[in-house]
Design a binder for this molecule. Structure first.
Ligand SMILES: [Fe+2]
Ligand SMILES: [Fe+2]
Length: 425
């Protein structure tokens, strides 16, 4: 089978014959093909020497009858020296049997008889050259693939190493970031708690109000399956919701809301806007500021400061509004059944001041947060003083008399606020 040799490829041929006329004639014939570079040797010994000097001989044509070394013997040597070269034997009719034997032993690819036919010779040499080129090309491509594979493997392993190094750098940076984030969160929470403490110092009518509201909105948010990040924001807003009251006068803060004149009421109501303004310069607190601004909006649109209505009121603000109202109702009912009384009074506000969708969350959340209000019978029996709210040293908050169920411990009392006439404003 003949294989096309690309036009820009030259194949080296070696002609070996002791008769100069023959090699000359062959050379002339083969040079016409323009794809061959022809080398000549006049004996097997010279042929071997030339094969040792000249690399990449692709086709060898040798006469059989030569002094010193026959063509078959020379081609057998040539096979050892250049195994890829295609070997052709030129022989007379008398040597045909020896030529066939040489082919069978693998020393010779083809034989041509003298005198040869030019076309036939050119065709046989063309096939031989094509076969050689195919093998050489195959070998070159295999070597190229092997080289590229090795490079790829090397590149891969360097890339892997780089990825590993970068991954470990990224991980280290991410750990450092997480740590500093954690520290920031810690100091952020501590700052919020400290601010809540300041607010409560001024809010004498309702000790613990900010923390109680924060606890209740958190419990409600959990019931409503609010994602943790948003839940933490709502809790912070619960802690800070009345921060604007810091700027109000003591006189205004202790006066019942129902007794405020128009001017005083307006000032009192400004605590929501003042609260938002107070924290607005801190970007991380801006969403919290929005909840603070709207925590006195009513679901029916009759609240303040913007008379927002329904779901136009930010979700967190609606939670705070409900928790805030419930918290203040508890103070309004200092009796031992304050919890149930507050819940039933609050029931009138669902759909009016409060978002009815939050009712179950508030009632269930309040039961958890204010479980301590299920007071022991002993306190209920002691008819506690009106308008008081106490905190025992054991941590129990109750609305009963000057002691706690854990009677062995000395109670510390925190006098509570005076009765509030309006819990909605
Ligand atoms: Fe408020
Ligand atoms: Fe409040």
């Amino acid at each position: 089978m003949s294989h096309e040799i690309p036009a820009d490829v030259t194949i080296k041929l070696l002609l070996v014959d002791d008769e100069v006329n023959i090699t000359r004639a062959l050379r002339r014939l083969l040079m016409e093909a323009e794809q061959y570079e022809v080398f000549i040797a006049n004996s097997g010994r010279d042929g071997i020497a030339l094969l040792r000097e000249e690399a990449d001989i692709g086709v060898i044509i040798s006469d059989q009858r030569m002094p010193g070394m026959t063509g078959v013997e020379f081609l057998a040597h040539a096979r050892d020296l250049v195994p890829d070269a295609v070997r052709i034997l030129l022989t007379g009719y008398a040597d045909i049997e020896a030529s066939i034997a040489a082919i069978n032993q693998g020393a010779v690819f083809r034989y041509l008889t003298k005198p040869w036919k030019d076309d036939e010779l050119l065709q046989v040499v063309g096939e031989a050259a094509g076969g050689f080129w195919l093998i050489a090309e195959n070998r070159r491509l295999n070597a190229l693939v092997a080289k590229q594979n090795a490079e790829l493997q090397d590149w891969n392993s360097r890339l892997k190493q780089r990825v590993l190094e970068q991954t470990s750098q990224i991980r280290a940076k991410s750990d450092a970031l997480a740590e500093s984030n954690q520290r920031l969160r810690g100091s952020f929470s501590a700052t919020i708690e400290a601010l809540a403490g300041l607010i409560e110092m001024r809010e004498r009518r309702a000790p613990g109000h900010s923390r109680n509201v924060a606890a209740l909105v958190t419990a409600m948010a959990i019931k409503l399956e609010v994602p943790q990040e948003q839940r933490e924001q709502i809790r912070s807003a619960g802690l800070l919701h009345d921060i604007g009251k810091i700027s109000l006068s003591d006189r205004l803060l202790v006066k019942p809301v129902s007794e405020l004149d128009t001017k005083e009421l307006k000032k009192y109501q400004s605590h929501v806007v003042r609260g938002q303004a107070a924290i607005d310069m801190v970007p991380a607190l801006r969403d919290i500021g929005v909840m603070i601004r709207h925590h006195h909006e009513r679901f029916d649109g009759r609240g303040f400061p913007d008379q927002l209505k329904g779901e136009a009121i930010p979700f967190g603000a609606r939670l705070i509004c409900a928790a805030d109202m419930f918290e203040r109702l508890l103070i309004q009912y200092p009796e031992s059944d304050s919890f149930d009384s507050s819940l039933s009074e609050l029931a009138q506000q669902w759909g009016k001041a409060l978002d009815p969708a939050l009712r179950t969350a508030l009632e269930e959340g309040a039961r958890e947060v204010y479980s301590h209000l299920s007071l022991p019978k002993c306190w209920k029996a002691k008819s506690p003083p009106k308008n008081s709210r106490s905190v025992c040293s054991c941590g129990t908050i109750f609305t009963a008399g000057p002691g706690c169920c854990c009677s062995s411990r000395a109670p510390s009392l925190m006098k509570a606020a005076s009765r509030r006439s309006s819990v909605v404003s």
